[in-house]
Design a binder for this molecule. Structure first.
Ligand code: FNR
Length: 351
């Protein structure tokens, strides 16, 4: 029984979802070389418009946020025009779509934005690099980042706000701030990547400061009703967890609670993962410490998601890989039809 997934849900007075199934943000690396979304991308998203809400693939807020090839942006006029075609196609099919706003921080690579200068800055809270090489471009080794200055952080906050305004201009229904999965905002929230000793590091109060500045800037530009956030309290990707991280999220969640965001969304690939310092699953930890709309995600079947919502573990479910394999995921669930299984080869084209 999955009937509860198909019931409408009001995020707030501004945004009503026709069902509780979100399409999770899924990077596809298919924008053109100016990072403009293409007609094929518009058709890909439009085919999935039956989702209660589509969260777009992560969209970079400015050039030095790029860590993967051909990820779309929202900082140039051409990119805004390109996204208008995508959002119009989704709306024409009755759907809603938020843009996921992204800066990869220390996972960025100057190959993408340095105009040939391999030493162009990679910005992060502290000068601590990630091991390894860029996925899909294994010849590129990650650089040691430069600890971002307070002055540069002010510009970053303004650039997040501008990207949110650009998203609304491009016809998006709102934005999801990418605060998860080991990227810039998440790098401030974990001790592994934030070793600052100024007002942006060293204590939980200081470590939440930059993320809250970004959130507040975006809320001031487009309103809390149109602003969602994805977070990874359990470090699992491009990051090592630290038991001290718990105190950071214990402080962050009540701060978020006061801001009346459209939703909070967990960033994880498999929600059965447990974290010692969170006392179990990331979703259970957030549910206990945050009372507003929560989006669960991570290796859920429709049946498992339906039970979890029924048991009040979260309010909405985001579906990732099955949505790559099944553009008509929602119709298949409604009609009780078998799903096509996901496989990594599907990433090479936009079906
Ligand atoms: C992802 N995921 C992801 N997350 C995110 O916040 N922004 C992104 O751009 C991406 N990109 C992305 C690409 C691909 C190919 C995969 C498989 C995953 C994570 C995704 O949103 C989701 O959390 C996971 O896929 C787990 O959900 P499923 O796939 O088990 O339903």
């Amino acid at each position: 029984m999955t009937a509860n997934l198909l019931k409408p849900y009001a995020l707030n007075n501004t945004i009503n979802l026709s069902n509780r199934i979100l399409m999770a943000p899924l990077t596809r690396c298919m924008a053109d070389d100016n990072l403009v979304p293409t007609q094929l991308m518009a058709e890909y998203y439009a085919r999935r418009a039956e989702a209660g809400l589509i969260i777009s693939e992560a969209v970079i807020i400015r050039p030095d946020g790029q860590g993967f090839p051909n990820t779309p942006g929202l900082f140039s006029p051409a990119q805004i025009e390109g996204w208008k075609i995508v959002t119009a196609a989704v709306h024409k099919n009755g759907g809603k779509i938020f843009a996921q706003l992204w800066h990869t921080g220390r996972v960025a690579h100057p190959y993408f934005y340095g105009n040939g200068d391999a030493d162009a800055s990679v910005l992060a809270p502290s000068a601590i690099g990630v091991e390894g090489t860029v996925p899909r471009m294994r010849e590129l080794t990650y650089k040691i980042p430069k600890a971002v200055t307070v002055e540069e952080m002010k510009t970053l906050v303004a650039d997040y706000g501008q990207a949110a305004e650009n998203a609304i201009k491009a016809g998006f229904d709102g934005v999801e701030i990418h605060g998860a999965n080991g990227y810039l905002i998440d790098q401030f929230l974990h001790h592994d990547s934030n070793r600052r000793n100024d007002e942006y590091g060293g204590s939980s109060e200081n470590m939440v400061r930059f993320p809250l500045e970004v959130i507040d800037e975006i809320i001031s530009k487009i309103g809390a009703d149109r602003t969602g956030l994805r977070v990874s309290p359990g470090a699992y990707f491009n990051m090592t967890g630290d038991s001290k991280d718990r105190a950071v999220f214990d402080l962050l969640l009540p701060e978020l609670e006061q801001r009346n965001l459209a939703f909070l969304h967990i960033g994880i690939f498999d929600d059965s993962m447990e974290f010692d310092y969170l006392g179990g699953r990331a979703s259970s930890y957030v549910r206990e410490n945050y009372s507003k709309t929560l989006v669960g995600v991570g290796s859920y079947s429709a049946e498992a998601a339906s039970s979890a919502i029924n048991d009040d573990k979260f309010d909405l479910i985001a579906i990732g890989r099955p949505f790559i394999a099944n553009p008509d995921y929602v119709a298949k669930i409604r009609n009780n039809e078998p799903l096509t299984s996901y496989s990594d080869e599907m990433l090479t084209s936009l079906i």
